[in-house]
Design a binder for this molecule. Structure first.
Ligand code: XIL
Length: 375
């Protein structure tokens, strides 16, 4: 199946299963790495691979939009790189709960609609992230204080949003990060769980499928490739859903990972466990941190390890997930200095992405290209 077919099938809903700050390395030396390692396979030494052309599935980028920091509508210097390499977009912030649904009876669609138009104008698909997520600052204040019928209210939230974006958003992270292997129940004891128990999860999928039958519906989580316990909890949930016809089409592995662990074998087995059950598998938020031991800058050894890690994870994905079940790979940010991992702690700095701050390519980019090219 070629990429166009995949995108068309995904957008038609026919492709479903289940129940229903920059591097310290000078950028030109990075470029020359790429140029020289490409020269063996290319007649022109200046050819740079175009990521989206190397894959039959969507290659995605997380972007900022509206008036947010690093918005694609404000910082336009990032656009050539995004348009060259990616054919799928996801909003890092502006399609989360508090942004789209700021008051009980008020939805804010303008900014996300602008992003959807931008995607369509540039032949990109838009993935929706996310209808339900526990992150405190992303739950609207009115919702935290809500005293009415939580099930009706959440169903309505999902229904309104998926209805509005039908035809503009091809796939949704319906529920994000609902499993917690440390909790007694196995579920994250978020406000949604406290109000409704685990039932809120399946209800969200049912409401989303009803409102937009053509959208591909994902359960999305982190560390499912790193914690066997968490993976098993998720699989048990999905097996139960499948037995009862709850419409989950795919699983997003966030893949916020690092160069050290878990093993590639574990990552590959985790992809396979999900793929073997017939689900579409996406790598939904990929970044690979390198700085566990507080390096003051990105050393060439770390850069090389990062390249190898990107390459081997993507190869594991390709080995474990049959072509027809590949939902794509999305990277969580473009340049290192703007990665969310550098937002968290001012004393911690990392370089987890594919591009330096001046948009020059890192070896990590080449690792991705090599993995895709070998498929
Ligand atoms: C992050 C964004 O990148 C940040 O800009 C924001 O401040 C917090 O959320 N898992 C997810 C994403 O599913 O939504 C998170 O995105 C990163 C972790």
């Amino acid at each position: 199946m070629n990429k166009l077919m995949l995108i068309v099938l995904v957008s038609l809903g026919l492709f479903s299963c289940g129940g229903g700050g920059g591097s310290a390395t000078p950028s030109n030396s990075v470029s020359s790495v790429i140029v020289s390692s490409l020269s063996s396979s290319s007649s022109s030494s200046s050819v740079i691979p175009v990521l989206k052309d190397l894959a039959e599935f969507p290659i995605g980028m997380e972007v900022s939009a509206a008036d947010q920091t690093r918005s694609i509508f404000i910082n336009k210097t990032q656009l050539p790189t995004i348009k060259t390499h990616f054919d799928s977009l996801v909003a890092g912030v502006i399609m989360k709960m508090s942004f789209l649904h700021p008051e009980e009876f008020k939805y804010h669609y303008t900014d996300a609609d602008n992003l959807a138009s931008f995607a369509a104008e540039n032949n990109m698909i838009l993935h929706g992230h996310t209808l339900i997520w526990h992150w405190d600052s992303q739950i609207p204040r009115w919702m935290k204080n809500y005293t009415g019928n939580w099930q009706t209210m959440l169903d309505d939230h999902v229904t309104q949003i998926t209805t509005h974006f039908a035809g503009k958003v091809v796939s949704w992270d319906v529920v994000n990060e609902a499993i917690d292997q440390e909790s007694k129940s196995g579920y994250r004891e978020s406000i949604f769980y406290q109000k409704l128990g685990a039932k809120y999860i399946e209800n969200a999928f049912v409401a989303a499928r009803k409102a937009d039958p053509s959208a591909v519906l994902y359960y999305n989580d982190y560390n499912i490739e790193a914690s066997q316990k968490k993976l098993d909890l998720m699989l048990a949930m999905l097996d139960d859903f499948k037995a009862r016809g709850i419409p989950v089409d795919g699983v997003g592995f966030q893949m916020h990972t690092n160069i050290y662990d878990p093993s590639i074998e574990q990552i590959q087995a985790s992809f396979k466990a999900v793929a073997d059950r017939g689900y579409i598998v996406r790598i939904s938020e990929m970044d690979v941190t390198v700085n566990r031991y507080n390096a003051p800058y990105l050393t060439s050894i770390l850069m090389q390890e990062q390249k190898n890690r990107y390459k081997s994870i993507i190869k594991a994905y390709l080995a474990a997930v049959p072509k027809a079940q590949r939902g794509g790979i999305t990277f969580w940010g473009l340049v290192d200095g703007e990665s969310w991992v550098n937002e968290i702690d001012p004393n911690y700095r990392d370089w987890p992405l594919l591009f330096n701050d001046d948009y020059s390519l890192k070896p990590a980019f080449l690792g991705v290209a090599e993995a895709l090219r070998e498929q």
